[in-house]
Design a protein around this ligand. Structure first.
Ligand SMILES: [Zn+2]
Length: 125
């Protein structure tokens, strides 16, 4: 395998292990198991390997083990996306709450400091 071709492949995605990538085009792949040409990127390839229903024709040559691994990977990616969405919603809620807290604190401080400062001011005089 030429060195520059390997450099094109991002190594953080499990699906790349099973793909032959068209150089300089990450969205054009060939399945390593059946040689099928996949367009649309690594997620498509994983759907092909996982036999995900309704997405793409499943791979005929993939082993059950890898098929399950790919399905797990696809599902965990979906979960991650959902968790991120939930996190964003939580952050907005937290920010709203935080600004309310700050508002309450400010009100308390105004009341407290006006109570405190008067006797002190009087004492100082
Ligand atoms: Zn295949």
């Amino acid at each position: 395998m030429p060195r520059d071709k390997a450099a094109e492949v991002p190594n953080n995605n499990i699906g790349w292990k099973f793909a032959n990538v068209v150089p300089r085009d990450r969205h054009n792949l060939n399945c390593k198991f059946c040689g099928r040409h996949i367009t649309g990127g690594i997620t498509r390839l994983k759907q092909h390997l996982a036999h995900m229903k309704g997405q793409i024709t499943g791979c005929n040559n993939v082993s059950t083990e890898i098929r399950q691994e790919m399905m797990k990977d696809l599902l965990s990616n979906n979960e991650k996306k959902q968790r991120e969405k939930q996190k964003q919603r939580d952050e907005v809620t937290t920010q709203v709450r935080a600004s309310q807290w700050q508002y309450d604190d400010a009100c308390d401080q105004i009341i407290v400091s006006s109570d405190d400062s008067d006797p002190k001011m009087t004492m100082a005089r």
